[in-house]
Design a protein around this ligand. Sequence first.
Ligand code: MRU
Length: 353
Amino acid sequence: MESDGNFHTLEYRDGALHLIDQRRLPGEESYIECRTEAEVADAIRTMVIRGAPAIGVAASYGMAIAAARSAEMSPSDQAAALDAAAEQLAATRPTAVNLFWAIKRFRAAARESGSTGKALAEELLELAHETHREDIAICRRIGDHGAALLPPGSSILTHCNAGALATAGYGTATGVIRSGFRDGKVSRVFVDETRPFLQGARLTAWELSRDDIPVVLITDNMAAYCMHLGRIGAVVVGADRVAANGDVANKIGTYGVAILAREHKIPFYVAAPLSTIDMDTPSGAGIPIEERSPEEVRRVGGELIAPEEVEVFNPAFDVTPAALVDGLITERGVVRLAEGESLSPLFEGSSAS
Ligand code: MRU
């Protein structure tokens, strides 16, 4: 399966899902092996793997593994095992809708398949491989649509990691950057460090450097000044869930970057596959926002940087209103929504909803 920068975000072989351990990057490149759906769920919960599309693909393999582990059971026990796996996977992280999209896809496939036992397990494994391959192809299409928006030599600001590590490969926002760099549209990338989990500093800077794309790392509070200095030509970020009206949930801090971009008249683009669009959620107000451990804020690299007992608020995501988004870059092209419009036309003739 494809890699970018010579690593695999996820790879299924020898009956196990192998994941690069993203918690240890950039210091250590090590892989963990998941042989059960519980291990896949644990890897998602503990951020071994993160990023909306990557979580969706991992959950797909989780469902396939559950089908294989229950292949010798009666059809009704196998169906119950798949239900339990779906529940376990769904309970890991609440915001990225690709997780629920993947679970729904696998439940429907199991229900609609005439097969049971080993044959069903084989079908679901093939569907997981297909979901994996599809995600890479979709990211490449997003990359090319996005690159076409950029003037030559653009300097891009991105937030968090929406790269090969956050997808099955190539990336969404980082896919736009990769395609843009290839086409001479991108000259350098400013990367917000992305407190508190540091996905920008630890993951995006690592990924882009491995592809020899020029990176400038800044702390989150430097973005406004970089814009003021005229160093940023466009902002490109990913998404964890896009509501039907185009509101975008993405890594905490994205909303602030969008406001800054509008103030400085810099285009703000969101790159995301159709599987990240949640047509069942009318607006951003309905998107569940994960809150994470206070320890992520109180500490940096395990080191206490605040009073041990200080109260902390640690939302992992925020919501950027559709009005601040100058273009949603999908595998089907770029959408600009006027007020009151919906993303539903994107799904015409698609099986992705
Ligand atoms: O908490 P994370 O690291 O899973 O959050 C990831 C993001 O917010 C990404 O920007 C988003 O999932 C897009 S990934 C292509």
